[in-house]
Design a protein around this ligand. Structure first.
Ligand code: BTN
Length: 259
């Protein structure tokens, strides 16, 4: 079923702005947040023309093929760094509720289904000087994007072909928002969220390559994560490195397996 403003409005009990086409839902949600949008408000689009991904990448999907939204969250400022975890855990729970068996998180926040990326998460915070106004939690979930004959054919996957069933994006949205709401209420004490995130990380204990924002590459064993979500990488010289961002791939690679 196509997403329409009427369907979306009547399914959600919260402020929502639906667009058939936007540049980026995160941009609109950030503007709405600065304009006083309440916590839980949602910007949803059927198509993005300038969707943004992590590390300055683009995030594009043809109309009708993905669930793309930005949720406005007003977390305590010390919980800003946990928003990626929150998004990833909520998506995992959504997929698990649909019966998906092989669901995991590739550090820091790519949700994978059957070993391939099915969802990306981009939280962006808005500040007024030192004061946190809120966070926009941007989520892009591949529902029926056809990745065949694209550079992402081996690394990305869509929900419908993976589960071999037709899925209404509105049903996904309703369940996803309920999981986000629940986890948002736990943000004062984040140990439960952290445990739910860490339990689903796929590469701990394994040999990995991590490329950083500056394109430098480090290899070693993904030994653990600390309670802020940073990756603890043990390199071959025995040193432990704390990495807060980057792209991780299994084994020794020239390029990490991006999205
Ligand atoms: C990633 O690179 O993995 C994160 C991708 C996040 C994409 C979503 S789609 C909805 C929201 N609006 C954006 O412009 N980006 C996020």
């Amino acid at each position: 079923m196509p997403l329409t403003a009427d369907r979306v409005q009547s399914a959600l009990d919260r402020p929502v702005r639906f667009y058939e086409q936007v540049a980026s839902t995160n941009d609109l949600a950030l503007a709405w947040l600065r304009d006083g949008a309440s916590a839980g408000a949602v910007v949803l689009a059927d198509e993005q023309t300038l969707g943004r991904g992590r590390l300055g990448r683009a995030w594009l999907a043809p109309p009708g093929t993905a669930l793309m939204l930005s949720v406005i969250v007003r977390p305590p400022s010390e919980a800003v760094g946990s928003m990626t975890m929150l998004g990833a855990v909520a998506i995992c729970e959504l997929l698990e509720s649909l019966g998906a068996a092989d669901v995991g998180i590739k550090w820091p926040n790519d949700v994978r289904l059957n070993g391939r990326k099915v969802c990306g998460i981009l939280p962006e915070a808005a500040w007024d000087g030192q004061r946190l106004l809120g966070v926009v939690l941007g989520i892009g979930l591949n529902v029926r994007i056809d990745f065949a004959n694209t550079p992402l054919a081996d690394s990305a996957i869509s929900l419908e072909p993976a589960l071999d069933t037709r899925i209404d994006r509105l049903d996904l949205l309703v369940t996803l928002l309920s999981r986000i709401d629940l986890w948002t209420q736990t943000l004062q004490a984040r140990h439960e969220l952290f445990a739910a995130w860490k339990r689903r990380l796929t590469m701990l204990g394994q040999r990995v390559s991590v490329s950083s924002v500056d394109d430098s590459m480090q290899q070693g064993v993904a030994e653990d994560v600390d309670n802020t979500g940073a990756l603890l990488l043990r390199t071959d010289d025995g040193r432990l490195h704390r990495l807060v961002a980057g792209d991780i791939a299994l084994g020794k690679q020239d390029q990490p397996d991006g999205d």
